[in-house]
Design a protein around this ligand. Sequence first.
Ligand SMILES: *Cc1c(COP(=O)(O)O)cnc(C)c1O
Length: 226
Amino acid sequence: MVAENYHQIQKRVEEACRRAGRSPEEVTLIAVSKTKPVPMLLEAYQAGARDFGENKVQEILEKYPELPKDIRWHMIGHLQTNKVRQVVGKACMIHSVDSVKLAKEIDKESAKHGIVTPILLEVNVAEEESKFGFHADEVDAAIDEMTALSHILISGLMTIAPFVEDGEENRQFFKKLKQLYIDMQAKKADNINMSVLSMGMTGDFETAIEEGATMVRVGTGIFGVR
Ligand SMILES: *Cc1c(COP(=O)(O)O)cnc(C)c1O
């Protein structure tokens, strides 16, 4: 079932790319496997999935040793500074950087490992009270405060759009994040390489691709309801 779902979602990603006049190679499908057991992840792996998304450090730590080493683990959930130490070196990218303090901590731990960790700034474009993330108008100043951190690579922006019945309703937020992304691409520093726009989930990933997403994070559509 998981394999079939994965192929279906892949096909829908490709079709959305075609509609938008984009190459499917521009879009990475991240299989969001939070709460799902290792055998289901293996099924997705066997279907071709190599990028997996988890929202809890503990879950990455548990699953990491059980699965093939060529998997790229994406940390997509809220991250507390005291957990950074455990995830640096395991996550290929941290999508959910929502404070300068957190970026500094990731930089510090990455330096200890002698690595550079790619990060995305999470932006609360819809300005939902319940969500983490920078406000859109805070991103510019936040990046300025991060430019001296040589063990992070500021790679782009991420958003979690509101939960809606019709993905079309989120188009406005994807457009807004894309515009902010373009604006931030003008910023120059050694640790900036704005190339990732992480937006779109099961209910709205096609709309997100049409608006320029380079990474979509799909859980329910691949693994079923949680
Ligand atoms: C759970 C989660 C997803 C996947 O959501 P689905 O609606 O199940 O596709 C994507 N991004 C983040 C940050 C999540 O926490």
